[in-house]
Ligand binder design. Structure first.
Ligand SMILES: [Zn+2]
Length: 189
């Protein structure tokens, strides 16, 4: 029995308009990551899972933001850390009816990380985002410096009008999808 009983969630960057804020195109990453973070936390609590908002609003640089996020996460008793991001690529001018999609980054796929990452991708893809899958990297600060398994969710692309449109119509469903993945994980662990 290794259920997820407590979670930290944070938006990955400084607030919109400040130094080290996130990507901006059809939507603003730093605005949306906070909206999703709050919705996810509310839903987790509703489902009696402890949830802490570890978003940082006063970083002096990107490194400082990341350091402060990790300090906040590590100060909590929790099972996993979730980082909410939005992806960005070359600005796509026209809608083609296809999203660029959703992906989850982990340091490696062992334990909770790979299993939950896959569940999150699957749930988000049900909304209509292309499933780009779980990807591994040893190069992301937040995945390396938190002391618990960490997942970084790139919800969708700010640079693709199809992603932005689908996302804006489904903010609640995006949060629900992430929480549903955790609840489903808990059903089998
Ligand atoms: Zn980001």
């Amino acid at each position: 029995m290794n259920k997820i009983k407590a979670v930290t969630v944070h938006g990955g960057h400084n607030p919109q308009g400040k130094i080290a804020c996130g990507a901006s195109d059809y939507i603003d990453e730093s605005r949306e990551d906070r909206i999703i973070t709050k919705k996810v936390i509310r839903l987790l609590k509703k489902n009696r899972i402890k949830a802490y908002n570890c978003t940082v609003n006063n970083g002096t640089s990107q490194t400082d933001v990341l350091r402060k996020i990790c300090d906040k996460c590590n100060s909590k008793t929790r099972d996993i850390d979730i980082s909410i991001h939005f992806n960005s690529a070359a600005h796509q001018k026209v809608q083609d009816g296809k999203t660029t999609g959703t992906e989850v980054w982990v340091r490696d796929t062992s334990g909770i990380k790979g299993d939950l990452g896959k569940r999150i991708c699957n749930q988000l893809s049900k909304i209509g985002f292309r499933n780009r899958g779980v990807k591994t990297t040893s190069g992301l600060w937040v995945l390396n410096k938190t002391s618990k398994p960490a997942l970084l969710i790139e919800v969708c692309f700010v640079s693709d009008p199809d992603d932005a449109k689908l996302y804006k119509a489904n903010r609640d469903k995006v949060a629900k999808a992430i929480v549903q993945a955790i609840l489903n994980y808990n059903k089998v662990h």
